[in-house]
Design a protein around this ligand. Structure first.
Ligand code: URA
Length: 241
């Protein structure tokens, strides 16, 4: 059996082992259809119908998933502390191309994190041109003063050590120390620095929405693939592209 058969290449790319190890899986009859019939590496079969040791395959390449990032996890493959990859199946670290975080949430921020192995899609989501709105729920150390919404919306707020003013940010106040902010940029620690610039301090930060996609009831630490409708929803609210 040739190690360059499409299925051998694909399964190796999904992190199931080296090409040689995958060839062995086929030879041992461990790669089967959903009905348990052994497959050959050159069989013409769709991803959803393939099992390894009876288990459905991980998502095919081109995956886009949402993760509910808990506080305390870092968006990196090799930083100190707990990494978001610990929340995914171990095989995900071995995939080629790797499934990367689409932008970052800082360690102390929770919420909706998109991850993909599709470089073009990643670029489309994070590109400043796409102007995809991101919404955060914020809990503050001090009561809001009342002038923050106007300052954030002005398009004139300069953050320390930045050269250009922030694009307008929409603030909706829900309680004296609670608000949501919606922004279209992704500057370093943007939300925390914006509130610092108006004399406040962010105690809790949670991203609940990206474009038209909401985190809803996904538990902290859980992840799932996006449906086709959700992928469309993602770009349904965007002022760019
Ligand atoms: N703004 C922040 O300050 N932190 C994040 O993780 C995202 C936006």
């Amino acid at each position: 059996m040739s190690r360059s058969s499409p299925w051998i290449k694909q399964l190796a790319g999904l992190g199931y082992g080296s090409r040689r190890q995958i060839a062995d899986l086929f030879a041992e009859g461990r790669v089967t259809t959903a009905n348990g019939e052994p497959l050959r590496a050159d069989d013409d079969v769709v991803h959803a119908d393939v099992r390894i040791d009876g288990m459905p395959l991980d998502p095919a390449s081109g995956v886009l998933l949402m993760l509910h990032k808990p506080v305390g996890y870092v968006c990196s493959t090799r930083d100190q502390g707990r990494l978001i990859y610990e929340l995914l199946p171990p095989r995900f670290c071995l995939r080629s191309p790797i499934v990367s975080a689409v932008g970052r949430l800082d360690r102390d921020t929770s919420g909706l994190l998109l991850m993909t192995d599709d470089g073009g899609l990643l670029h489309r989501i994070i590109s400043p041109k796409s102007k995809l709105p991101k919404t955060y729920e914020v809990e503050l150390a001090q009561d809001l003063r009342g002038d923050e919404a106007a300052i954030f919306a002005s398009g004139e707020l300069m953050l320390r050590s930045e050269r250009t003013a922030l694009l307008p940010v929409w603030l909706q106040v829900s309680a004296p120390r609670r608000a949501t902010v919606t922004l279209t940029e992704g500057r370093y620690h943007q939300v925390r620095r914006m509130f610092a610039a108006v004399g406040n301090h962010v105690e809790c930060l949670h991203r609940c929405r990206v474009g038209g996609l909401e985190l809803k009831c996904l538990e902290p630490g859980a992840w799932r693939e996006l449906t086709t409708d959700e992928k469309e929803a993602l770009f349904s609210i965007s002022s760019g592209y």
